[in-house]
Design a protein around this ligand. Structure first.
Ligand code: PEP
Ligand code: MN
Length: 452
């Protein structure tokens, strides 16, 4: 029998993205070494499980309905050297502390998603970087090449994909162990303390919230006459930009008892603004995986583009499947966001909206640092809430770049960091992150705004 051949658009498989224009891909000089590394990667165990992926999708579906608030945060780019116990536990702590502030202040359960355990690939605006007349390939994240400005470091090395998998697994293993061991136990919020933060201008307010929460837990336990279960467990999910498609493909797997292909390198793969073209390789890849997926939406995106992305990425209007992460910038969000919200509301299909208050607010200082002002980040979050409310849509959460370390990369905040402070502890190899205090302050600002 002669079966009609399927149109290309329907013939998805984990490698079908290779038929489309793939932006932001490194050029590996040794094709054989690349195939060898991918072969090994394809045999290694995955980093997350299908049932975790499905439970996150369910939680995101609840966030779409306003029953949960999403906190997605972490480094712009992780690097292998920072795969250390203190850095990981501090990052987990700040996310848990922020979520505690949000749960308490918004009276809503929070979905916690760390941009971690795999956030190793970065899109770049130029393929080459030139310094003092020397041109080398741009740094594309530790999964691709090294940040040092030397020819050797900048050659894309496929072995780095295996290292990225190993570092993600070590990070994941430690996070899971901390959470299983009671690190997130709500009966012991004092475990969530970060030593140096006691000197913070935000410390008193945070302590009051911790005390209030502890008091309400005691009250509930008294009422029920027994310890409340589930308080000692915090669900925690991971996300990263699904940029390096050969890596993602090698970790795209079938599992027993569930239909479809899962990306098991992370719970929540998202694609950035530069690779969100409808006919591009990244959209083709994400189209076929079962995971919940996110797409960054910048100020140049038109309503029609979003509707066509929904056609391709969520044709059956599945709850929890599709998240749009808008990243407009505090100065333009008032103009750019409402037409998108209106069009999607009129269309009626389900999406979850998150606000990335970082990437539209990046600027360079006179002394050459890439920075962001706390006031602009805060303003973009506040405007997002207001604009959604005005259009009858819902802001379901925030997407932030932050660290649990005491860095000085963004200016402003309660400690009023200035451009001069940036010289003191600027550590990011890519984008500037909120430090511990600024991140906690932003969580409190969100709560204040909701109560104003
Ligand atoms: C990022 O989230 O680090 C990023 C590069 O975002 P965007 O694609 O929105 O610029
Ligand atoms: Mn970034």
């Amino acid at each position: 029998m002669n079966l009609p051949s399927m149109p290309l658009a329907d013939a998805w498989n984990p490698g079908s993205w290779q038929q489309r224009p793939a932006l932001q891909m490194p050029h590996y000089p040794d094709a054989q070494a690349l195939q060898q590394a991918l072969g090994t990667l394809g045999q290694l165990p995955p980093l997350v499980t299908s049932w975790e992926v499905l439970s996150l999708k369910q939680q995101l579906a609840q966030a779409q309905e306003g029953q949960r608030f999403v906190l997605q945060g972490g480094d712009c780019a992780e690097n292998f050297a920072d795969c250390q116990s203190q850095v990981i536990s501090n990052r987990l702590k700040i996310l848990l502390q922020m979520s505690l502030v949000l749960v308490h202040g918004l009276r809503t359960p929070v979905v916690r998603i760390g941009r971690m355990a795999g956030q190793y690939a970065k899109p770049r605006s130029a393929d080459m970087e030139t310094r003092d007349g020397v041109s080398l390939p741009s740094y594309r994240g530790d999964v691709v090449n090294g940040p040092d400005f030397t020819a050797a470091a900048r050659v894309p090395d496929p072995q780095r994909m295996l290292q990225a998998h190993a570092h993600s697994a070590m990070t994941m293993n430690f996070v899971r162990a901390l959470i299983d061991g009671g690190f997130a136990d709500l009966n012991h919020p004092e475990y969530w303390d970060l030593a140096w933060a006691r000197q913070s201008p935000m410390a008193a307010r945070y302590q009051q919230q911790v005390d209030a929460i502890r008091e309400s837990i005691r009250f509930m336990q008294t009422l029920s006459g027994a310890p409340i279960h589930n308080l000692n467990r915090a669900d925690f999910y991971t996300s990263h930009e699904a940029l390096l498609l050969p890596y993602e493909q090698a970790l795209t797997r079938k599992v027993p008892r569930h239909d479809g292909w899962f990306n098991l390198s992370t719970h929540f793969p998202w694609i950035g603004m530069r690779t969100a073209a409808l006919d591009g390789a990244h959209v083709e890849y994400l189209r076929g995986v079962v995971n919940p997926i996110g797409i960054k939406v910048g100020p140049s995106v038109q309503p029609d583009q979003l509707l066509r992305l929904i056609d391709v990425l969520n044709p059956h209007d599945e709850p929890g499947r599709l998240t749009f992460i808008h990243r407009m910038g505090a100065d333009v969000i008032g103009d750019k966001l409402p037409p998108l919200l209106r069009a999607l509301k009129a269309d009626g299909r389900r999406v979850l909206w998150l606000c990335d208050a970082m990437h539209g607010n990046t600027e360079s200082t006179g002394n050459g640092y890439k920075t962001r002002r706390f006031a602009n980040i805060r303003r973009e979050v506040e405007q997002s809430f207001a604009l959604h409310a005005a259009e009858g849509t819902r802001l379901g959460g925030v997407h932030l770049e932050l660290t649990g370390e005491d860095v000085t990369e963004c200016t402003g905040g309660a400690r009023e960091l200035t451009e001069r402070d940036l010289e003191r502890a600027y550590r990011s190899t890519v984008d500037p992150r909120l430090n511990y205090e600024q991140a906690l302050e932003l969580a409190m600002a969100i709560v204040d705004y909701r109560h104003s």
